[in-house]
Design a protein around this ligand. Structure first.
Ligand SMILES: [Zn+2]
Length: 322
């Protein structure tokens, strides 16, 4: 009995030593053999704690890969991040191409070529950056706890930059003849965006318990842009703003983002039918599609504003100052 207890206690001590020594080893080199296991798919209850995010997705999880090479090779096989990766990677290619073609457009399309190329370029870059980082995040989420945590913060930075980058050209064109309001709104949005970026770097922000807080924070940042939108509507009237300020595309974009974020926060539809949307059709997949829809709508609105300004020229006499 005593011997049994002693043996058990020695085993426990040995295990705790092994446990401590494993903790001392950097995570990425603690389990190199795992990378040879890159084709293995797991169920939710087989995942390590750091991999658990959505209990309503039951299967098709990649095993921890501890290798960027295997993370990227996994682009070409089915698992529960395949749709998330491709729904943001392909549109990111579109925005990269658009950025290049827009930068090489002739001066005929602009009133102030350099300034407008920079302002619209910032938006297109932020869209590319956000979508590309998102595809990257969903690729390396199976790497290791440390890498997943680093890239989830980069993903949040991308979302924040996209919200800022989207509204800056809209404010620029709609307050073209009101430089003071233009500068004030752009400065406020930039400060709020920087604050959001810092806040999203907080460790607990990326945990599942903060899913709703994340959704609310990004919506709050986007809602701060309502002030210049109300200002523009009050200045020209809602009916005129529909075309003149491209309000119609702002409304489509807002509805797209809000609906996508609502699904993201509520985990619909998988919460109703757990395990049925593991590969395709889960809330995150739909959220991605609506984010792309929102960005595309905004791109149409911004390019229309550019064309409207180009048609008016630098003339400010036709504006409705408030
Ligand atoms: Zn995502």
């Amino acid at each position: 009995m005593l011997r049994e207890r002693t043996t058990t206690s020695m085993q426990a001590d040995a295990l705790s030593v092994i446990d401590r020594s494993t903790q001392d080893v950097p995570e990425d080199i603690a389990r190199p053999e795992a990378s040879t296991d890159w084709l293995r798919l797991l169920k939710y209850n087989e995942l390590e704690e750091w991999q658990k995010d959505n209990e309503f997705i039951h299967g098709w999880y990649r095993a921890p890969l501890y290798s960027f090479k295997y993370c990227f090779l996994s682009w070409f096989r089915w698992h529960n991040e395949t749709v998330n990766i491709w729904t943001h990677f392909l549109p990111s290619v579109f925005f990269a191409v658009f950025l290049v073609t827009h930068s090489s457009m002739s001066s005929d399309s602009f009133v102030n070529q350099l300034e407008e190329k920079q302002i619209i370029g910032l938006f297109v870059f932020s869209a590319w950056f956000c979508l590309f980082l998102s595809a990257l995040f969903h690729t390396v989420i199976a790497h290791s706890r440390k890498i997943a945590s680093i890239y989830s913060r980069l993903d949040f930075c991308g979302i924040t930059l996209l919200i800022m980058g989207s509204f800056i050209p809209w404010i620029y064109y709609n307050f073209y003849c009101m430089p003071q309001s233009q500068l004030s709104y752009i400065s406020c949005l930039s400060i709020l965006g920087l604050f959001t970026m810092v806040f999203t770097q907080w460790n607990r922000f990326s945990t599942p318990e903060y899913r709703v807080v994340r959704a609310c924070l990004f919506i709050a940042l986007a809602m701060s842009s309502m002030i210049p939108i109300f200002h523009a509507c009050a200045r020209v009237g809602v009916v005129n703003a529909w075309e003149e300020c491209q309000l119609k595309w702002i409304v489509i974009m807002a509805m797209s983002y809000l609906f996508g974020t609502y699904l993201y926060a509520t985990q619909l539809p998988e919460i109703k039918l757990p395990g049925k949307f593991d590969l395709i059709g889960c809330s995150h997949n739909i959220f991605h599609v609506f984010v792309v829809g929102g960005v595309m709508s905004h791109l149409v609105g911004v390019t229309n504003l550019r064309d409207l300004r180009q048609a008016i020229g630098s003339n400010c006499t036709v504006t409705h100052d408030l």
